[in-house]
Design a protein around this ligand. Structure first.
Ligand code: CA
Ligand code: CA
Ligand code: CA
Length: 240
């Protein structure tokens, strides 16, 4: 069924899909599939295929660029296997589902909101920003409620290297920095270079500045806890 709205149209599916060898699954949309007129592809929606004994697979449309496939293979109501975030552009080769949820620091018990909040945006006032030391001191944060963003800043000195690392849940790590002399701003990003599904960025600072870190969960609908540290060292290169 398709419904038309001012900015988008929504489609829902329902029914059974029969496969000659495996039988059938029931199909339904947990969230309608939404196509904005100004986007080239679907923006959101969740399609579920339900098999016997409550086993389920779902396609979660994250944006016109990416999606996730999750599976509940034992019918316990919890999607334990996931493809992770995939790009539609990668086409659809054999997609391996992995046990991404059980060891990522996420759990069924609610994760507490941490004491650093509110820190979803950088305060204008320096005293309202959360600073982290660059001597490796570990800070413990949570990404809760779902969709939480944690911003953390540190002073970076020209000619020094910095390693920013998270461990715990499946984080995404961003660092934004600027060259105050030229006003050039840049950003780097990492997902899984740290321990487990943690993140790690090695960043050689070439111009002293206040560097801003942002941490989010790789799955915007999930919560989790993580540790973060920043380690400063003299530049390893010889040109400094
Ligand atoms: Ca937080
Ligand atoms: Ca936050
Ligand atoms: Ca990650």
């Amino acid at each position: 069924m398709i419904r038309y709205w001012y900015e988008f149209e929504e489609a829902t599916v329902s029914g059974r899909y029969y496969e000659p060898d495996y039988g059938y699954v029931a199909l339904f949309t947990e969230e309608p599939i939404r196509l904005y007129y100004y986007e080239g592809f679907f923006s959101s929606g969740v399609i579920v295929a339900e098999g016997s004994a409550n086993t389920r697979a779902r396609l979660v449309i994250l944006s016109p660029l990416d999606y996730i496939i999750d599976a509940d293979v034992d019918g316990d109501g919890f999607y334990s296997l996931s493809s992770g975030i995939r790009s539609w552009d990668e086409e659809y080769p054999d997609i391996e589902l992995e046990d991404k949820y059980s060891d990522d620091g996420s759990s069924d018990t609610p994760v507490e909101v941490d004491a650093f909040e509110p820190d979803d945006t950088l305060g204008n006032d320096a005293s309202s920003r959360n600073m982290i030391s660059t001597d490796g001191t570990v800070q413990h944060h949570t990404l809760a409620p779902a969709g939480d963003i944690d911003t953390i800043v540190f002073y970076a000195a020209s000619g020094h290297d910095y390693v920013i690392e998270t461990s715990g849940c499946d984080t995404m790590l961003y660092i934004a920095y600027s060259n105050p002399a030229t006003n050039d701003a840049a950003m780097e990003f990492d997902d899984d270079s740290g321990p487990g599904l943690g993140s790690r960025i090695e960043w050689p600072c070439t111009s002293s500045c206040l560097a801003a870190i942002a941490v989010t969960h790789a799955f915007k609908e999930r919560t989790g806890s993580y540790s973060i540290s920043v380690v400063e060292s003299p530049a390893s290169g010889t040109g400094n």
